[in-house]
Design a protein around this ligand. Structure first.
Ligand SMILES: [Cu+2]
Length: 124
C-alpha cells in the first residue's frame, strides 16, 4: 500500500518536473530575423531533438521553418504541428520546409511522429 503511494507520488513529481523544465525554465530561444513584410525563416537541425527547440515568430506573417534532419533514427522521421494541422515526413540529410502563417498569439508545441521529441513555437 505504502509502496504504491510512493510510486504514484514520485510519478506525479516526475511529470511536474518535466513540464516545469519544458515550459518554465529558461532555454535557448531563436527568433526569426526578417524585415517587415518578409518571410520569417529559421533553420532547425533535427538530431535526437530540435536545435533550436524554442522558436519565436511574429503573428500574422508567413513562417518557413527549414528542418534539416541530420540523422537516420526513425524517431525523428516525421514533424508534427498539431495546432496547424501539419504532419510532414522529414527525409534524412535533407532540408524540409514547413510553411504556415500563425494567426494567434500563443505557445504551440511541435513534436516528432510519436510525440517524443519536442519543441516550442512562441507566437507574439
Ligand atoms: Cu519520435
Amino acid at each position: 500500500m505504502l509502496a504504491k503511494v510512493i510510486v504514484t507520488v514520485s510519478g506525479v513529481l516526475l511529470i511536474v518536473l518535466v513540464n516545469w523544465y519544458f515550459f518554465f525554465s529558461k532555454r535557448k530561444e531563436a527568433a526569426a530575423s526578417f524585415k517587415e513584410g518578409e518571410l520569417q525563416e529559421i533553420k532547425v537541425v533535427v538530431k535526437g531533438g530540435y536545435d533550436p527547440d524554442v522558436i519565436s515568430v511574429k503573428k500574422g506573417m508567413p513562417v518557413r521553418l527549414n528542418f534539416y534532419r541530420d540523422e537516420t533514427d526513425d524517431c525523428s522521421d516525421t514533424i508534427v504541428f498539431g495546432d496547424f494541422n501539419i504532419r510532414k515526413p522529414l527525409p534524412a540529410f535533407k532540408t524540409t520546409p514547413v510553411e504556415f502563417t500563425p494567426e494567434k498569439e500563443g505557445e504551440y508545441v511541435f513534436t516528432c511522429g510519436m510525440g517524443m521529441l519536442r519543441g516550442k513555437l512562441i507566437v507574439r
